[in-house]
Every structure is written in C-alpha cells, then in structure tokens.
Design a protein around this ligand. Structure first.
Ligand code: ZN
Ligand code: FE
Length: 229
C-alpha cells in the first residue's frame, strides 16, 4: 500500500490510498487536486472513502464519483451526503484491490464520523488531529473521549493521517495544557509542514485530548481550545 497526500482548499488533506494501479481517495474536499494526483500517478479511482459529511471533506465527491466507484460513508450520513453507495457501521470492512480497510465509528465531531484502518495506517478525518481533536459539533464530550480512546488503542506504530494541517496551533495549545510535557516541546521544535502522518505513539505522548484522564478533563480542554487564540 502507498499513500499520497493531497492538499485541498485552505488547510485540508485528502489522501490517495493505493494498491497497484487502483486508488481510493479519502475526503476529497475538492475534485481538481485529486484528479491531478490520479493523472500524475497513473491511477484508476475505485473508491471514495468519506470520514464525515462536512463540505470541506466531501466537496469533490460528486464530481469524482462515477460508474463502478464505491462511495463509502457512515450509514447515518446517507441522508446528508449525496451519492453514497456503501453505507457502513463500526467493524465493517471495505476493500480496495487486495487491501481491506476496517471502519471505526467515532462520533463526537459529528455523529456519523468514521475512521478507516488499513495496513498500519488510520485515516481519522476531523476526529483525531496532530496533537488535537475536532470541535464537538454534534456529539458529546463523552462520545469524543470514547472515540479518541478507541483510536488511541490502535498499535502505537500506526500512522495517523488526519484531515487538517492544524498541528502547529494544536501544539501551542498542548504546551499550555501540559507545560511540563517535554514530548510536546520536542514535537513543536521538530515540526514540519506537512505534519501528516503522525503516529498513535506521537499522539499518546503529546495530544492533550488523547491524554485527558477522563471525560471532564477532555471537555475542559476542548472548551479551552475553542477559545484559544
Ligand atoms: Zn469536519
Ligand atoms: Fe474539516
């Protein structure tokens, strides 16, 4: 498996997941940059894997969709995303060539948010970011806490491909939330753009939302981050 990172819109990432000459695109916020990447890499688009219904993640999907292209989203998002051909739930498996991606349902940012776990990688959309998490728009802090802990339980070397380049700002907040955490300072110092992918190990060491000891601490940190600079 190969992954190609595609910058979309202002600070979004779409990704090509590649098996041989077949590709799935994760979260095409717009079609143009995805088309260019497919052409450049000589790939046939076989699937569109959506993490949630927000426009900055699905905006290019309708334009890229077509005959034989599987469009995947959580079952609860079918009414909110045009053209879904494959509604999925927790534990379902979607295929791309020889690859199998397992679905994790992680409500919190939105109720139908999902991640895709495939070949040592996880595509997390707006649930887990580099040193951060998405805003809690539709779910509850308890949902977001459970969702982050589910992701954090993946093997530590798992590469984390997230939906936005927010890592620098997230690390500034992380340093404020945990002033004594040397791993946060080290990560901020070493950080380069693009910061994707990180690893579950990185997030266990530096992500103040993953590290929150309970739902209350997660909720307090999320509120503080919402108001942070
Ligand atoms: Zn979103
Ligand atoms: Fe987003």
């Amino acid at each position: 498996m190969r992954v190609v990172t595609i910058k979309c819109l202002r600070d979004n990432y779409a990704y090509l997941v590649i098996d041989d000459t077949l590709a799935a695109v994760v979260d095409p916020g717009e079609a143009g940059p995805v088309r260019e990447a497919l052409d450049r890499e000589n790939l046939r688009l076989a699937a569109i894997w959506l993490t949630h219904h927000h426009a900055d993640h699905v905006g290019g999907a309708a334009e890229l969709a077509g005959d034989g292209i599987e469009v995947v989203a959580h079952a609860s998002d079918v009414s909110r995303i045009e053209g879904v051909t494959r509604p999925v739930e927790e534990g379902d498996v979607v295929r791309l060539g020889r690859l199998e991606a397992r679905i994790i349902h992680n409500p919190g940012h939105t109720l139908g948010a999902i991640s895709y776990v495939v070949d040592g990688c996880v595509f997390t959309g707006d649930t887990m970011f580099g040193a951060g998490c998405g805003r809690i728009f539709e779910g509850t802090p308890a949902m977001m806490h459970a969702s982050l802990q589910k992701l954090a339980a993946l093997p530590p070397p798992t590469r984390v491909y997230f939906g936005h380049e927010y890592t620098a700002n997230n690390l500034r907040y992380a340093a404020e939330a945990e002033p004594g955490n040397a791993a946060i300072a080290a990560r901020a110092k070493a950080m380069q753009v693009p910061s994707t992918p990180s690893t579950i190990a990185d997030e266990l060491a530096t992500n103040p939302f993953v590290r929150a000891k309970d739902v209350d601490e997660l909720a307090a940190r999320r509120t503080a981050k919402d108001m942070f600079r």
